[in-house]
Design a protein around this ligand. Structure first.
Ligand code: AMP
Length: 538
């Protein structure tokens, strides 16, 4: 027998309809690319998104077509997303930090017909314009007054593009499993692979993300998503915030400590989301200028492991709750969040921080297990670590134009504990294999950045004649700070297992990062491939 509930497909445009209807005057504030702070609201976004939809329809864009966006977090980018999906077309977010050839590859692979692009990224596209086989038109996200001179094909200022139509437009209707968004993984090997979110997965994920034990946005919140819309579906915030009418504060292109601090304070932000590198810049700025946070209550930190010192500084120095999260492009993207559980109320400060250092419990809709190389499930005892497999309605079943599988192999190595908390120990390909055992590079990195002189740390395995591989710790020092190899090793002593102690420490000026801000271990391994550990020479 079928249930007798109405068939109300989970379509993303319904989110912006809802916010315009009930929270129409709630603000969306942006540090614009042109410079000044720009203010709009959900009613305006709704109206202008319908203009985007109408203008795209006029251009011939139809259900299933891909429309690229190469843009910072701004109100125009948000309008473009809703306008694109309102006609059943697919927003394809392009990460500007990719190499130009990779951008050309993914735009061609996605078969983008139109690209919405910020003024700042026009030069990138101009360089690869003759490689872009399918793009018919470029919409520059600005007005006529700021329109750059460009040779890009059929280039038009966004304000002119949508200004040519009115907002009398009804969203298209289609099945909720229709593709909605496309985001390519930043794969360090091989070509990037396209992850295709559906309307259903986006709506379900925004609902799950809005549970109180997840990001849990409320109407009274003001959220500053530093996490860019071009990476991992912006952690779903572009859907979760309008769903409840939370005020959004878009940082535009300025993600440095002083600019973020200024927005947090002037716009009275209550919650924010970013990768650890961004928080590091903010904390350094606040510490060197003796600043406080007057409204910020919670920060979501993910994308890379959140170091212990960051949790302690936010929580105990500034009174801001840390929500450590793990996710990936292939998952819409949130998988787990490290929120306290019933029974943990009386934990000591030290034990509470230990819980927060874990990546957390799965949000509803995410199932997970760890399996060995033979595919056998390993116990949830907090000790066994193995490949993390995930399953759920907002998790990729395959890649665009590629193959799929039943469970998604995250490529991460993790433990699962009896309380349901998952902890990442490494990327499978970064694990250090020493004497038949695995050493977690992430754990050592986490501890090393707690050293007062260390700004950033990376650990890689170096070939060793006896142990196969041994860890090498590579550090960047904080500005004007000084320390020695011996001092760093002494600091780590007692904090990690003896046999995990790095065999050597080196100091460098720069650690390479991927387009999504993660430490690029492949490049580090290449850089240190001839490095001889002192222990290997002995
Ligand atoms: P991306 O698809 O670029 O978002 O990268 C996803 C990968 O980032 C995951 O598979 C993890 O390896 C890593 N990652 C994300 N969040 C965390 C976290 N909180 N701790 C450690 N690694 C993380």
């Amino acid at each position: 027998m079928k249930g007798l509930m109405q068939d109300w497909p989970l379509l993303v445009p319904k989110i912006i309809d809802h916010s315009a209807q009930y929270y129409g005057d709630r603000e969306v504030v942006t540090r614009s690319i042109e410079g000044p702070i720009h203010r709009t609201n959900y009613a305006q976004i709704h109206s202008r998104a319908r203009k985007v939809a109408k203008a795209l329809t006029k251009h011939g864009i139809r259900l299933g077509d891909r429309v690229g966006t190469l843009a910072w977090n701004t109100w125009r980018h948000l309008e473009a997303w809703y306008g694109i999906v309102g006609i059943g077309a697919i927003y394809h977010t392009i990460n500007p930090r990719l190499f130009p050839d990779q951008i050309a590859y993914i735009a061609n692979h996605a078969e983008d017909r139109v690209i919405f692009v910020d003024m700042t990224f026009v030069p990138i596209l101009e360089k690869i314009a003759d490689q872009l086989k399918t793009v018919e038109r470029f919409v520059i996200l600005t007005d006529a007054a700021h329109m750059p001179k460009t040779a890009l094909k059929n280039a038009v200022a966004y304000e002119d593009f949508i200004g040519a139509v009115d907002d009398d437009f009804a969203w298209s209707t289609f099945d909720e499993n229709t593709a909605c968004g496309l985001c390519y993984t930043s794969g360090t090997t091989g070509n990037p692979k396209g992850v295709l979110y559906s309307h259903r997965s986006n709506v379900l994920h925004a609902l799950a993300g809005n549970c109180a034990d997840a990001i849990g946005l409320k109407n009274v919140d003001t959220i500053l998503p530093v996490v860019p819309m071009f990476h991992a579906n912006a952690w779903s915030i572009a859907f979760a915030a309008p769903m409840v009418g939370a005020k959004i504060v878009n940082p535009g292109m300025k993600l440095d400590g002083p600019s973020i601090y200024e927005l947090l304070e002037t716009e009275k932000v209550t919650i924010s989301a970013a990768v650890p590198t961004v928080w590091l810049m903010l904390l350094q700025h606040m510490e060197s200028n003796n600043l406080k946070l007057s409204t910020l209550k919670r920060v979501t930190i993910g994308g890379s492991a959140c170091p212990q010192s960051m949790i302690e500084t936010f929580e105990y120095k500034y009174g801001v709750e840390v929500m450590h999260a793990w996710g990936m492009t292939e998952q819409n993207p949130i998988g787990t969040m490290a929120m306290m559980k019933a029974g943990m109320e009386n934990l000591s400060r030290e034990d509470r921080v230990k819980v927060k250092l874990k990546q957390g419990r799965p949000i509803f809709t995410v199932e997970m297990k760890i399996v060995d190389d033979a595919g056998k499930e390993l116990p949830r005892d907090g000790k066994a670590f193995a490949r993390l497999m995930v399953r759920g309605p907002a998790i990729a079943s395959g890649y665009m134009k590629g193959e799929g599988g039943k469970d998604l192999d995250t490529g991460d190595v993790a433990t699962l504990d009896p309380h349901g908390f998952m902890q990442i120990t490494d990327r499978a390909k970064d694990v250090i294999k020493s004497g038949g055992e695995w050493i977690s590079s992430i754990d050592i990195e986490n501890m090393a950045v707690g050293h007062p002189a260390v700004a950033e740390a990376a650990v890689i395995g170096i070939a060793h004649p006896k142990w196969d591989e041994r860890p090498l710790l590579i550090c960047i020092l904080k500005k004007d700070a000084k320390t020695t190899r011996e001092d760093v090793l002494k600091y780590l002593d007692g904090k990690i297992a003896k046999w995990w102690m790095p065999d050597d420490v080196v100091f460098v000026d720069e650690i390479p990062h991927t387009a999504t801000g993660k430490i690029q271990k492949t490049a580090l391994r290449e850089q240190f491939k001839s490095y001889k550990l002192p222990s290997a020479a002995a």
